[in-house]
Design a protein around this ligand. Structure first.
Ligand code: FAD
Length: 416
């Protein structure tokens, strides 16, 4: 008898698992449950929609027919409220119960709200779903002033939306630069200049003490911890994610700011797997647990989980160097691997819009950031995958045209 697979979440992780399971087992029962009202769409592209640069249609990835054609039962607008891993039953908000043989948790996260007064005022946006993007586009289109909070990869999307929608915006950051965990001031300054060119003013050593509102509770601005006031009809906040694990509270599934899985995407509870942003996975390259918040990684984790769910074995392991690009400016930007980890760094500026930084851990590259010239990315990723000790050869690594042939030969087992 074929197994019954239940997948919670129809983001790229859940959807790619469903596709893989169907490819591997034509007879399996597959159910995908999502609280969203639409089937898989390209979350990466919703920022382009919010900027006003793309219509809705190209953002959709799967129509509902896609699931029907593959005999996958898609349950839209359905919130999972509980899981009983002894009885192997998933409970939904309408007291519906779905039995499973194998369960995949692919529920991602929900944006964190700032813990300050008036942070739930009308006009303050968080950005995760297509519905959020629709509200952002409409509001941004009619706003003249804006405030963005959150100096990371999602915050910069909100800043770019302000720029594209001709909003005069202030981007309030806590430290002295954008994405201070991955960039030095020299690299971040390239981004600051590009923001300015787009009509967005970065404000450093700032943040939000509280938001101000009018008598109707609509946001009018923010006051930062230094007492400075900024006007903002439109506010975008992107300070991180709360992982969607609330419905697992009555289970023994191990959580550690996300769901803990091994390299096969298995949780500590039999027949329960997890994939995508929600996981704290065993990274076989780093040799420790890690997290990724990127599309390609979530897709691959979903596929790996799907393979292993069908095979009921360690059929495939997740081994992946993640990457995340930003395309808002005249120059490209790419972060790869784990650029915020590392005990050692090397960096160089090549021109006003070209800069590079590598992060090393125990002598090996674990991640980095490339601005302006993305050509060396495949070479750095190769070195990460090979787990090669190269931190003593920073000059070679920072050459504009990196040539891996110029590196010392990798240490062999005898010479180690
Ligand atoms: C605006 C934006 C821009 C981005 N840009 C990039 C980029 O340029 N490059 C990149 O690599 N990554 C980017 N990302 C990140 C990338 O989109 C995510 O890493 C990826 O989508 C994660 O996929 P996932 O399937 O793990 O989770 P999600 O896509 O978050 O899917 C989880 C799904 O589970 C559903 N769910 C949650 N709880 C329940 C429940 N209890 N019951 C039922 N359903 C539930 C959610 O509604 C959601 O549909 C961006 C993200 C955003 C928001």
């Amino acid at each position: 008898m074929s197994a019954s697979h239940v997948i919670i979440g129809d983001g790229i992780a859940g959807s790619s698992a469903a596709e893989t399971i169907r490819e591997q087992d034509p007879d399996a029962d597959i159910t995908v449950v999502t609280e969203e009202g639409e089937a898989l769409y390209n979350r990466i592209l919703i920022k382009e929609f919010a900027k006003g640069k793309l219509p809705e249609a190209p953002i959709s990835i799967h129509e509902e027919d896609w699931y029907a054609e593959r005999d996958i039962d898609l349950e839209l607008n359905t919130v999972v409220t509980g899981v009983d891993t002894d009885e192997k039953v998933v409970t939904t908000h309408e007291s519906g119960e779905i039995e499973y043989d194998k369960l995949l948790l692919a529920t991602g996260g929900t944006p964190t709200q700032l813990p300050v007064d008036n942070s739930d005022a009308e006009g303050i946006h968080h950005f995760w779903t297509f519905q959020d993007a629709r509200a952002i586009r409409e509001h941004a289109d009619e706003s003249d002033t804006g405030i963005v909070v959150g100096a990371g990869l999602l915050g910069i999307d909100l800043a770019a939306i302000c720029g594209a929608q001709d909003i005069e915006a202030h981007y309030l950051m806590r430290g002295n630069r954008w994405w201070r965990y991955a960039l030095s001031l020299e690299g971040a300054e390239i981004i600051h200049d590009a923001l300015e060119d787009n009509g967005v003013t970065p404000v450093f050593d700032s943040g939000v003490d509280h938001f101000t509102t009018d008598d109707d509770g609509v946001v009018t601005g923010a006051v930062d911890p230094n007492g400075e006031e900024y006007e903002g009809e439109f506010v975008g906040v992107a300070i991180g994610l709360n992982f969607n694990t609330e419905f697992l509270r009555d289970t023994d599934i191990e959580l550690d700011d996300g769901i803990v899985v091994d390299e096969y995407m298995r949780t500590n509870v039999e027949d329960v797997y997890a994939a995508g942003d929600i996981t704290r996975f065993y990274d076989t390259i780093l040799g420790e647990y890690a997290q990724n918040g990127a599309w390609g990684s979530a897709k691959e984790q979903g596929a790996v989980a799907g393979e292993n769910m069908v095979a009921d074995s360690e059929a495939e392991e997740f081994r992946w160097v993640s990457s995340y690009s930003i395309t808002h400016f005249d120059f490209p930007f790419l972060s790869f691997g784990h650029p915020t980890l590392g005990d050692d760094h090397a960096e160089r500026k090549y021109s006003d819009t070209e800069w590079r930084r590598l992060a090393f851990k125990d002598g090996k590259i674990v991640g980095g950031v490339l601005i302006g010239d993305l050509a060396p990315q495949s070479k750095y990723k190769q070195l990460i995958r090979e787990e090669r000790v190269v931190a003593d050869q920073k000059e070679v690594l920072l050459e504009q045209d990196v040539d891996l042939e110029n590196l010392d030969a990798p240490a062999t087992a005898e010479s180690e």
